[in-house]
Design a protein. Structure first.
Lengths: 111, 113
């Protein structure tokens, strides 16, 4: 069974304090790994897709990396507006299967 | 920009009522999905559809049904609402190409009293 585990569940950072969120996955062949940001009371907003180990993608203060077992979302010099829940999801390579989501990491950035 | 629109943001319904949650996407996507999201449980897939008039059960289909009569519209139906169906419901869509991004709507908050 495909599984996604995100850690930590919650993370509190001071503004400017860089850190990383972890997404560990077990999947029978990876087609893609997806990162989303979700603000309270809103739907998830797409950030990145990673397809193969070694791949990296960046957007502003966020950088996502991928290995064969996990992905990291690195946040450099975060600002309070980066506070949100970050969700990781995987899609297996077998057919057009739905995404399997982790439970998310709730990030709070304090000014 | 992809737009997934959920018709109701906030609903309050009584136990036993039939509830319809509507979702429309404007990008001619083949795939559409309904999830529910609860604290501590994350996103759980209820039903999905790969084409008009097609539907597949997700992880938690009990107590729900769906309808997809047109490509752009995917409806979630609670035949007889119960208090344990109080939740945030999220609709999503994607192209039929595996690996393509899934886009979400803003969510519908349903409270069953």
């Amino acid at each position: 069974e495909d599984q996604v585990t995100q850690s930590p569940e919650a993370l509190r950072l001071q503004e400017g304090e860089s850190s990383s969120l972890n997404c560990s996955y077990t999947v029978s062949g990876l087609r893609g790994l997806f990162w989303y940001r979700q603000d309270p009371g809103k739907g998830p907003e797409f950030l990145f897709t990673l397809y193969s180990a070694g791949e990296e993608k960046e957007k502003e203060r966020l950088k996502a990396t991928l290995t064969k077992k996990e992905s990291f979302l690195h946040i450099t010099a975060p600002k309070p507006e980066d506070s949100a829940t970050y969700l990781c999801a995987v899609q297996a390579i077998s057919g057009n299967t739905p995404l399997v989501f982790g439970k998310g990491t709730r990030l709070s950035v304090i000014a | 920009d992809v737009k997934v629109t959920q018709s109701s943001r906030y609903l309050v319904k009584r136990t036993g009522e039939k509830v319809f949650l509507e979702c429309v996407q404007d990008m001619d996507h083949e795939n559409m999905f309904w999830y529910r999201q609860d604290p501590g449980l994350g996103l759980r897939l209820i039903y999905f559809s790969y084409d008009v008039k097609m539907k597949e059960k997700g992880d938690i289909p009990e107590g729900y049904s769906v309808s997809r009569e047109k490509k752009e519209r995917f409806s979630l139906i609670l035949e007889s609402a119960s208090t344990n169906q109080t939740s945030m419901y999220l609709c999503a869509s994607s192209t039929g190409q595996p690996g393509n991004t899934i886009y979400f709507g803003e969510g519908s908050w349903l409270t069953v009293v």
